[in-house]
Design a protein around this ligand. Structure first.
Ligand code: 5RP
Length: 232
């Protein structure tokens, strides 16, 4: 019997196949990360012994429902592998993340991991970061106007993110507000990353530079074919 998988599932299955006994695995957030959590739970049913740490409440709940062993974030200083999706991936393997509301934990896990596997379908591959989505910038709520002004001086334009219904402000699980900002495409993403890191009042932002180890790109049209790029 052949199992037909969509592109995200295919990438997730491939990442799960690389996980080994005894590892501590960071679980990302989003539809692709969910496929990975399911694939990892399946491997656990087949005898794999791992611990996990989740990047969000929704992933914590999903992992618990599927019986994955979980460790509290505060007990860890490093992990073996972090697996998550992304909104955009550039040719340099820089990522844009954060359409969800758990950017802080996601970046902490990405940075604390020995390997960071990113799972995408081809729609996520872009020529430059910011091509399809604004850059999400988490800000301390009381400082949002000062931060917005600082970011405008760096060439950004944008506003506070609203809730889906449009009648309130979106808040991250860390309790921050989010500025969705568009920058001139002439600004180099490495410079932008450094500039945003230096703005007081910015809690975190969605540019993940020099963090991904491997990108697994699922392919809808071919059942079990996987493609991936690895950093040197
Ligand atoms: C959440 C993220 C997600 O990984 C990103 O939005 C991709 O989501 P999906 O896997 O549902 O396409 O960064 O903050």
């Amino acid at each position: 019997m052949s199992i037909v998988m969509n592109a995200k599932q295919q990438a997730a299955r491939h990442a799960a196949s690389l996980i080994k006994d005894g590892m501590i695995i960071g679980l990302g957030t989003g539809s692709t990360a969910n496929y990975f959590i399911e694939a990892l739970a399946l491997r656990q049913q087949q005898g794999l012994d791992v611990s996990t740490v989740a990047s969000s409440v929704v992933s914590t709940i999903k992992a618990a429902e599927l019986g994955l062993k979980q460790v509290g974030f505060e007990y860890l200083s490093s992990i073996d592998v972090y697996v998550d999706g992304a909104d955009e991936v550039s040719p340099e393997l820089t990522l844009l993340k954060g359409r969800g509301s758990d950017l802080v934990r996601e970046k902490l896990l990405a940075r604390a991991s020995d390997q960071f596997y990113v799972l995408v379908d081809k729609s996520k591959l872009v020529d430059r970061i910011g091509q399809n989505f604004p850059i999400p910038i988490e800000v301390m709520p009381f400082a949002w106007q000062i931060v917005l002004e600082s970011i405008k001086k760096l060439g950004g334009e944008g506003q506070l993110r609203k809730t889906a219904s449009g009648d309130g402000l979106a808040m991250t699980s860390h309790g921050s507000l989010v500025l969705d900002m568009i920058f001139d495409e002439a600004i180099d993403v490495r410079d932008l990353n450094n500039m945003l890191n230096a703005v007081p009042g910015v809690v975190e932002h969605g540019i993940f530079e020099q963090l991904a180890t491997a990108i697994f790109i699922g392919n809808d049209h071919s059942e079990l074919e996987q493609q991936w790029k690895e950093t040197s």
